[in-house]
Design a protein around this ligand. Structure first.
Ligand code: GMT
Length: 380
């Protein structure tokens, strides 16, 4: 099938899922066209089956806000016509589903019927999408999609609660590609990060408020008093600078390494013992799943879709949002006994296998088929 994928090209989870999905679909023989404002960060070399079309928004002094949706929908129309695209998959409702719908409408004028799948990722529903300024447009775009998927059962419930949805929502969880985590490289260079006897705790995110970065550092501050350890912070974002200051204030700056954004998360996770994800809300928690796939136990909050991934007392522990003391206690419990820790790490990896791409990709292919077969009956 010829499929156009619209996503954010950044390090955020929705962009990562869209990119990895496109790569996997291309490997299965589909022709994939990414349409976005920059080449997605996890997208490597382009080939016959993977194309990238950049959306340009010309600057004009009259515009206070550049009309990205307009440029995106025009680019979609042109790309779909030029390459004979059969299906459109948009990741993140704002503004992608809206722009996708406009493209669909324009194409219909030319008797081209393109089905649209919208995948909801979380913040497009829970943080941004339900703002009164966006809500009507988001509701409309969800209802006008031919198939809507959400990345967890929790996100599906929240979407149904928040929006007046008259469309089915299918749950298709996030996934991992185990071939990327098979430790084919032999240099899992733990010694670069910590000395013998020290444990390694990791956090990966975009350092936004929702990730509760101060909790990550407060948990570590408590843990390192009892367990010799290092904290590795991966990512960039608005809370990073404050986090560095917090480390200095607590006197742990020597034990915390801020690595910035990385395309080699697997290399970092391969020497990690514990992953911290104390988020305020998390529709799924792809970062936790990637950690688990790398055999890392997880201490997280119990919010949103995280309990669908991290299992209490099996792959790690879950606490109420903000319960830093309990998170620290559980972290110490795990890190203080190597045999116990190994058991949790193994369980984490075992659970992650349920989310292997080979189990998830067919679910997307099924919804593609469903949407394609009903393309003439679609609501416009
Ligand atoms: O919060 C992030 O890390 C980025 C965000 C995004 O919008 O790209 O991630 C969301 O989508 C991911 C992929 O489906 C989910 O795993 C994350 O849980 C979700 N983030 C939130 O719900 C806060």
């Amino acid at each position: 099938m010829k499929i156009a994928i619209v996503c954010y090209p950044t390090f955020g989870g929705s962009g990562v899922v869209a990119t990895e999905l496109g790569i996997a679909l291309a490997e299965r023989g589909h022709e994939i066209h990414f349409v976005t404002y920059q080449q997605p960060v996890r997208l490597g070399l382009l080939n016959n089956n993977i194309h990238f079309h950049e959306v340009h928004v010309p600057e004009y002094p009259l515009f206070r806000y550049q009309p990205y949706e307009l440029a995106l929908s025009s680019k979609l129309v042109d790309t779909i016509k030029h390459y004979g695209i059969e299906l459109l998959h948009v990741h993140y409702a704002i503004p992608h589903a809206y722009a996708g719908y406009m493209a669909k409408k324009m194409l219909k004028e030319e008797h081209i019927y393109i089905p649209m799948i919208t995948t909801l990722h979380g913040t497009d529903i829970t943080l941004v999408g339900n703002h009164p300024f966006y809500k009507s447009a988001v509701t409309f775009s969800i209802n006008k999609s031919d198939v809507v998927t959400s990345v967890s059962h929790d996100l599906k419930q929240k979407t149904l609660q928040i929006f007046n949805v008259n469309n089915e929502i299918e749950v298709i969880p996030n996934f991992i590609d185990p071939t990327k985590y098979s430790n084919t490289f032999t240099d899992c260079q733990r010694s670069l990060m910590a000395s013998d006897g020290e444990k390694i705790i990791t956090h990966v995110s975009n350092f936004r408020k929702v990730k509760r970065i101060p909790d990550v550092i407060n948990v570590f501050h408590q843990v390192q008093k009892q367990i010799p350890s290092k904290l590795i912070m991966v990512g960039e974002g608005p809370e990073k600078e404050k986090a560095e200051l917090q480390c200095e204030r607590l006197g742990v700056e020597e034990k915390v390494l801020f690595l910035g954004n990385s395309n080699e998360i697997d290399r970092i996770l391969c020497f990690s013992d514990l992953f911290l994800l104390p988020s305020e809300t998390e529709s799924f928690g792809l970062a936790a799943l990637e950690a688990m796939a790398n055999k890392v136990a997880v201490i997280s909050s119990n919010t949103g879709g995280i309990p669908e991934v991290n299992q209490q007392g099996v792959s790690g522990f879950l606490s109420d949002v903000g319960n830093v003391d309990e998170m620290a206690k559980n972290a110490v419990y795990l890190l203080s006994d190597d045999k116990r820790l190994e058991g949790y790490k193994e369980n984490a990896q075992k659970i992650s296998k349920e989310f292997e791409i080979k189990n998830i990709l067919p679910l997307y292919e099924d919804v593609y088929e469903k949407a394609y077969n009903s393309r003439f009956k679609n609501s416009y």
